[in-house]
Design a protein around this ligand. Structure first.
Ligand code: SF4
Length: 263
């Protein structure tokens, strides 16, 4: 049996979203109206605690997490803290007022911004807001340089390089890729990441990134199921949606009821 360390925990809160991106990162977007329940989150976090005491980050994503009621999002943060996790959220940034209301309850909120005005809007909370630039077809070297300069002072800054389902990167500025190709990248689950001028940059691994089972990232879905690369429970019916078949080629699982001490 091969064991893996947990990098962080993903909670897919919903498959609803208030935006319609052409190349959505959620394979199941719009397939259900469900919101994740507190009960299912609690069961999942307790399960994680059977394996590790490490203070891991729990990242809420979707769909769009801010589609959930504010009270539910506050309760989720409280629950995560109760089990000694850090609580983070990744949002498209549309519902600004809701994001501001949630800041006191969250350790970090990653917000995608589209203008200097939006960056200025969040500057007051630069210790809590992870300011994010989309690495899509609008990204140029000039825009990247400006983002790095203009967001100085924020504790966390990031750029995600977007791609199509066929792994074609949307950014087509050759200077950006010349820079990215010169950097040293590390692997995290099915993504690569690096830092440039203090900004974390993420990009896909061709052929791997769309695999929703990342053995280092346990993922809980809105219906309470979770990815079985991480565990051997036969609960993940999300993998059969749209007739897709999942195979566990690596057979990487964590052994149940054996808490690891070195993670
Ligand atoms: S904001 Fe995110 S979840 Fe919503 S449509 Fe765009 S990529 Fe998908």
């Amino acid at each position: 049996m091969e064991y893996v360390d947990i990098d962080h925990v993903d909670i897919v809160t919903t498959h609803l979203c208030n935006k319609h991106c052409k190349f959505c990162i959620d394979k199941f977007i719009g397939t259900s109206n469900e919101f994740i329940s507190l009960d299912n989150i609690e069961k999942f976090l307790k399960l994680i605690r059977e394996y590790t005491d490490k203070k891991l980050e729990v990242l809420l994503l979707g769909g769009e997490p801010t589609c959930l009621p504010t009270d539910l999002l506050k309760d989720i943060a409280e629950l995560a803290h109760k089990y000694n996790f850090l609580i983070m959220m990744s949002t498209n940034g549309i519902l600004k007022k809701k994001i501001i209301d949630l800041i006191p309850y969250y350790d970090s909120i990653q917000v995608t911004v589209n203008s200097d005005e939006e960056i200025d809007y969040y500057r007051k909370w630069q210790d809590k807001i992870n300011i994010k630039l989309a690495g899509d077809n609008t990204l140029t070297m000039e825009k990247l340089d400006h983002f790095i300069e203009y967001t100085k002072g924020f504790d966390r800054r990031s750029i995600s390089m977007y791609f199509t389902p066929d792994f074609i990167e949307l950014c087509n500025d050759s200077d950006v890729w010349k820079l990215l190709d010169s950097l040293e990248w590390k692997r995290n689950g099915s993504y690569l990441y690096t830092f440039y001028e203090g900004v974390r940059i993420k990009k896909c691994i061709h052929g791997l990134t769309n695999i929703i089972d990342e053995e280092t990232v346990p993922k809980l879905y809105p219906n309470g199921n979770y990815n079985k690369t991480w565990n051997d429970e036969k609960l993940d019916d999300y993998l059969s949606i749209n007739g897709k078949t999942w195979t566990n080629e690596k057979n990487l699982v964590l052994k149940k009821n054996k808490k690891r001490t070195n993670v």
